[in-house]
Design a protein around this ligand. Structure first.
Ligand code: FCB
Length: 469
């Protein structure tokens, strides 16, 4: 009997998500040049255990077999990203047909398997040559994004179900340019805020470029919207911290993209760091493009407090100073680590936060359909004697979060799909291969794939929704 709580609207799209650098490998094949993640991961001390994406899970060579696994699970959609350095090895100028061909074959393979392609244009692997010329702190990078987007629109055309301009520009800007824990590893607050703007601009320019080629294209962007709660809901100071984190994390992207303006409080909060003079006349009109769907990535919630300047700020004391915001002028924030179930990333398991986020977003932007474009969990899996991976904790996480999506739909949110992160264990950025998110296990020595229990559970949910009872 299908679980009635996991029964979804008829056209709800169940799929799974990955990203190019995390799975492809083949970093110097068929004309690909280095991205900022190649450089970063090869810099000693940046990635746990010195791991790199050189080989990753070899998806570039195993793509047809990986699509066959998706089909076996009954996935209806697959969200993947395109590596810009495969398409335009110099970040600008000539396009590389061998790189384009890989994604074209992938899209065909998916369509043959009846799986809808959801294509992300930027999931953090910026061509190194563009970083050398200024990266996202430079306006030229945003301008280079438009011809890159247009080339893919021409090559993949109407075979693509949904186009997503950017994945989590929050991470690209603040982790890449402020705290420096992601590529390119810069620690400069002014650069990070310039990156925020240039990523927003790239988003707008890419939508214009794709629509010029494909007027019917369905356009989206994916954000890791934050659900942040005040440590003390009665404290003005804590509420103000939440407001400032909301401005930096959520409204710095949503307001320009969906309302055509930057939040005034964001400009004021960051005045010590920048005067925002990189925003030029006409930019906000460019950024503010109609969207067909908004992608939401969700993993956890956090609790924040204003730091009083004296009390302890250590993990042992249950506090964590907010590093990325300190670089952009918000330097009195602590995250409070309350007891609760946590994943291997240390992230609190809080499915109610997903319901809250979907409802809040659909209330703020009525009429804009939402899609959960990432949700999932890292746990230390083991292969049992029977050769299987009984990843009960991940299975529970997925079940509970699907239930949370269903709760949001029941309360009126227009949610069109769920893309589970991730299809395969993969290169988890600064954590390398130490954190496994896959519903399919990958043995990193042999590249052997094993379907985990969580994947079988997910396949059952999909089947129950597609097969009349
Ligand atoms: C998100 C990223 C994705 C993956 C998950 C765990 O922030 O978009 O690539 O690393 O986190």
């Amino acid at each position: 009997m299908p679980d009635p709580h996991l029964t979804f609207p008829k056209d709800f799209l169940f799929g799974s998500a990955t990203a190019s650098y995390q799975i492809e490998g083949a970093v110097s094949e068929d004309g690909r040049t280095p991205s900022i993640w190649d450089t970063f991961s090869h810099t000693p001390g940046k990635v746990m255990n010195g791991d790199t994406g050189d080989r990753a899970v070899d998806h570039y060579h195993r793509m047809p077999a990986d699509v066959a696994l998706m089909k076996e699970l009954g996935l209806q959609a697959y969200r993947f990203s395109v590596a810009w350095p495969r398409i335009q090895p110099h970040g600008a100028g000539a396009f590389n047909s061998r790189g384009i061909d890989f994604y074209s074959r992938l899209v065909d393979e998916l369509l043959t398997a009846d799986i809808k392609p959801i294509v992300t244009l930027y999931h953090w692997d910026l061509p190194q040559e563009l970083e050398d010329a200024g990266g996202w702190a430079s306006r030229a990078t945003a301008e280079a994004f438009a011809p890159y987007a247009a080339s893919l629109a021409r090559a993949l055309g109407d075979r693509v179900h949904v186009w997503t301009t950017l994945n989590e520009p929050w991470c690209a800007a603040y982790l890449g340019y402020a705290s420096g824990v992601h590529a390119p590893g810069r620690t400069n607050g002014a650069d990070a805020l310039a990156a925020v703007h240039h990523l927003n601009l790239a988003h707008g320019l890419a939508i214009q470029a794709i629509r010029a080629e494909l007027p019917e294209a369905k356009m989206s962007v994916t954000h890791n919207l934050h659900v942040i709660r005040p440590a003390d809901p009665h404290s003005e100071d804590d509420l103000d911290v939440v407001r400032r984190l909301d401005a930096l994390g959520n409204r710095a992207f949503l307001e320009p993209e969906l309302e055509g303006r930057y939040p005034e409080d964001l400009i004021a909060d960051t005045a010590k760091v920048t005067d925002w003079s990189f925003v030029r006349d006409g930019d906000l009109e460019t950024i503010h493009q109609p969207l067909d769907i908004l992608g939401v990535n969700y993993y956890t919630t956090s609790i924040a407090r204003k730091w009083d300047g004296v009390s302890p700020r250590t993990l042992e004391d249950g506090h964590k100073p907010s590093e990325h915001t300190a670089w952009v002028g918000v330097d009195d924030v602590d995250f409070v680590l309350e007891a609760g179930r946590r994943t291997r990333m240390g992230w609190l398991v809080d499915p109610a936060g997903l319901t809250e986020l979907l409802l809040r977003t659909s209330k703020t932007y009525p009429g804009l359909p939402l899609m959960v474009t990432e949700n999932g969990a890292a746990f230390d899996d083991t292969v049992s004697e029977d050769g299987q991976v009984h990843d009960e904790q991940r299975l529970d996480y997925v079940r509970e979060h699907l239930g949370a999506v269903r709760d949001a739909i029941d309360s009126g949110a227009d949610v069109r799909g769920y893309q589970l992160w991730s299809l395969l264990d993969n290169f988890e950025w600064a954590w390398g291969y130490d954190r496994r998110f896959g519903i399919i296990r990958v043995d990193y020595d042999t590249q052997e794939r094993t379907i985990k229990d969580s994947a079988r559970f997910y396949a059952d949910v999909i089947r129950a929704n597609t097969t009349p009872a």
